[in-house]
Design a protein around this ligand. Structure first.
Ligand code: IMO
Ligand code: MG
Length: 406
């Protein structure tokens, strides 16, 4: 019986969704423990594509039970949209296979409004994440348990008072209609009601039974509120510590899986030392179709940054690497990876000869071009952790297993 955690090792969008989906077929329980609908996890099965924001990707495999833990923030409106979206794709989400913590916080239309009003510097996803976590930490937040007794309505109206001045100042394109938004919230809350439970109990029972459990991280370590590139981060603990505070149950993870994209991307503002704001970056964006799954924004692209990854590995204690989007590096004459920084914090690169062969869909490690193998070997040596899985395309089956996962 095994316990897994999958975390993004960079700035998000590393390809977590695909790996979570792949693992969750063998899982009894899949747990989200932080973040909210700012996540955009893409899963491709056959010719069907699913993009999930708040519901754990385990829902797609149809085998695992799924938990949205206390560390998450849940927008009832987006939750309902996602349930309807999945239902239109033939996946029914019911309280028998999804459990949402009564201690998780509610993202309201006011939070989304505040995010849009205040998000000028960071370039957030506009999903109300920061303002919701502000209310949580400020102790004025709305926990989902207040849906059970209806008291969320009173707190919502208090929020309207609390943020009155800024609401009144809003330009018309960002403005919020409080009455309308409350009505929408009430309707969505009613649908959310049957999913709300004590998720600590659910997770603990599963641990006691010796189930196979997977923790699904959202965003990436460099977006962590403590360990990321503050203030250009998200508002939750995206690294391994968040798994504990955000689920309430101690789990000894056998495999702590780092999802590492073969190059680097970031959406929104903030430092990005290996960014290639040039033809190389454009080529990476094109090859990797690097546009946000949540906001559609073009992602900033650049070379792999190994010193930053090393830091991420220290934070999370990773013992298994899943390397993603390797096929997007085909066709470059030369590939670079930062291996250290000079005293002005400029990255110093190591050059690797590229490869022209298409590697999409390869499942046998021996079929990879020699130069590609050399790149992988170097990453492994540098990070001192085995590359166990190599993703060679978006589909479930596009994967090389180099080290056993089970
Ligand atoms: P997944 O789970 C990439 C980024 C935003 C912004 C910053 C803060 O798909 O990897 P927020 O809305 O969280 O307050 O925005 O964090 N960001 C992500 N970037 N992938 C994500 O999720 C992200 N979620 C948030 O672009 O820079
Ligand atoms: Mg994403």
């Amino acid at each position: 019986m095994s316990k897994y955690i999958v975390l993004g090792a960079q700035w998000g969008d590393e390809g977590k969704g695909k790996i979570v989906d792949l693992i969750s077929g063998k899982m009894d329980l899949v747990v989200r423990f932080q973040g909210g609908a700012n996540a955009g996890h893409t899963v491709v099965i056959g010719d069907k594509e699913y993009i999930l924001h708040i519901i754990p990707c385990g829902i797609i495999s149809g085998h695992a039970k799924n938990v949205i833990g206390n560390g998450c923030v849940v927008d009832p409106l987006i939750f309902c949209e996602e349930v309807d979206y999945l239902s239109s794709k033939g996946i029914n989400v019911t309280p028998d296979d999804l459990f949402i913590s009564s201690q998780a916080h509610m993202v309201t239309p006011i939070h989304k409004f505040l995010d849009r009003m205040l998000n000028t510097k960071i370039g957030t996803t506009g999903r109300g994440i920061g303002p919701c976590y502000v209310d949580k930490v400020q102790r004025t937040g709305i926990r989902l348990n207040s849906i059970l007794d209806g008291s969320f309505i009173k707190t919502y109206l208090e929020h309207a008072q609390m943020y009155k001045q800024i609401i009144e100042q809003a330009p018309s394109k960002i403005s919020i209609n409080l009455d309308e938004s409350l009505e929408q919230l009430k309707a969505a809350a009613e649908r959310l009601y049957p999913f709300i439970c004590d998720s600590v109990e659910i997770i603990y029972e599963s641990v006691q039974k010796g189930d196979n459990i997977l923790f699904e991280g959202a965003q990436g370590t460099l977006l962590d509120i403590d360990h990321g590139t503050y203030p250009f981060v998200t508002s939750s603990s995206t690294s391994i510590g968040g798994a504990y505070t955000g689920s309430g149950v101690f789990v000894e993870f056998d495999k702590r899986i780092a999802i590492v994209k073969s190059y680097t991307t970031r959406v929104g503002e903030g430092p990005f030392p290996t960014e290639q704001d040039n033809k190389i970056g454009e080529q990476l964006r094109k090859n990797g179709n690097e546009f946000g799954a949540t906001t559609g924004r073009p992602r900033r692209c650049g070379w792999l940054d190994l010193p930053l990854l090393k830091r991420s590995f220290i934070i999370n204690g990773f013992n298994y690497i899943s390397l993603s989007k390797l096929s997007c590096l085909s066709g470059f004459d030369k590939i670079k990876a930062a291996v250290k920084y000079d005293d002005k914090f400029h990255p110093i690169y190591k050059d690797f000869p590229g490869w022209n062969e298409e590697i999409e869909g390869i499942t046998d490690i021996d079929k990879l071009p020699v130069n590609c193998r050399k790149y992988i070997d170097f990453i492994e040596e540098f990070l001192e952790v085995p590359v166990g899985m190599i993703s060679t395309g978006p589909k479930r089956k596009d994967i090389i297993f180099k080290e056993p996962l089970w």
